[in-house]
Design a protein around this ligand. Structure first.
Ligand code: PEP
Length: 274
């Protein structure tokens, strides 16, 4: 794998294989970082400039948390120019380049200003991403110097069969290769049944799933598992976040619909920071 050079605002971690670009905001603490990632999906706020102005001025005063926005790829450059906001891709292709009309590679995301990328979001898995595709994309993200946010989560059928822990652990083990000890990684626990439905799991359910994720991470990346940021995502709003902030293994949130509202994002940032 070859890493690219030349994205400002980050530093490179040492180690075998490619050098990884770690955003300054994440590098400041190599330990678990409180974090909020907004996923706009295939939408954008009515006034992107106004939105960015509002959230970046609040983010500047909340230095204990990292804030990232995953916009449609067409808006990455604009997000990346915002002070105190990291830009994240929503997905990348499993190949480095080639005849894949409509697709965006990890390296192109980085050229557009991204430092993070969502990998294995359930909406991509529903469109055909297998565990093997997810792993290939994660490796492409690393090769391009991006920090992947690996999304894992169970379906309602898994819940009914008591398979939540084993499902998320299997997705972590399938998605994360064993041989990249220095590569940056964030995991997002997103129950498929909670995304966009207004339903959220209980604190206990989130805690149990996050513990299963961390246990699986220990198998893959050993001691660094304790330092890996784990986010929760699925119908997070300024109200629902309050119940989930206290879960010990959860360091922050991946927010879909509510992230289109600057005031909602600011409220969620404040809840995480308090
Ligand atoms: C998501 O798309 O990652 C997500 C969590 O969506 P929502 O917050 O709308 O459930």
């Amino acid at each position: 794998m070859m890493a690219e050079e030349g994205v400002a605002g980050g530093s490179r971690s040492a180690g075998r294989g490619p050098a990884f670009l770690v955003p300054d905001q994440l590098e400041r603490s190599r330990l678990r970082r409180r974090m909020l990632v907004g996923n706009w999906k295939m939408n954008q706020p009515a006034d992107v400039s106004e939105y960015l102005q509002q959230i970046s001025s609040r983010a500047a005063t909340l230095s204990s948390i990292s804030v990232a926005i995953a916009p449609p790829a067409t808006l990455l450059a604009q997000i990346s120019r915002s002070r105190d906001i990291l830009a994240a891709g929503q997905d990348c292709h499993k190949s480095a380049s080639g005849p894949f009309t409509g697709a965006v590679s990890a390296a192109l995301l980085r050229h557009a200003g991204a430092s993070l990328v969502l990998i294995g979001h359930s909406e991509r898995r529903a469109e055909g991403d297998t565990d093997q595709t997810v792993r290939s994309k994660l490796e492409r993200a690393w090769a391009a110097g991006l920090t992947p946010i690996l999304c894992v989560g169970e379906t309602m059928a898994d819940v009914q069969r008591g398979l939540v822990g084993s499902r998320v652990a299997a997705q972590v083990l399938a998605g994360v290769p064993e041989d990249e000890p220095s590569a940056p990684l964030i995991v997002a626990y997103e129950p498929v049944w909670a995304i966009g439905t207004g339903r959220t799991p209980t604190q206990e359910e989130v805690g149990a799933a996050a513990a299963a994720i961390r246990q699986a991470l220990r198998k893959r990346i050993s001691i660094r598992a304790e330092q890996t940021t784990i986010l929760y995502g699925g119908s997070v709003t300024p109200t629902s976040v309050l119940a989930l902030c206290g879960v010990s293994d959860i360091d922050g949130f991946l927010v879909g619909s509510a992230s289109l509202s600057a005031s909602d994002i600011v409220s969620i940032m404040e809840a995480i920071a308090s």
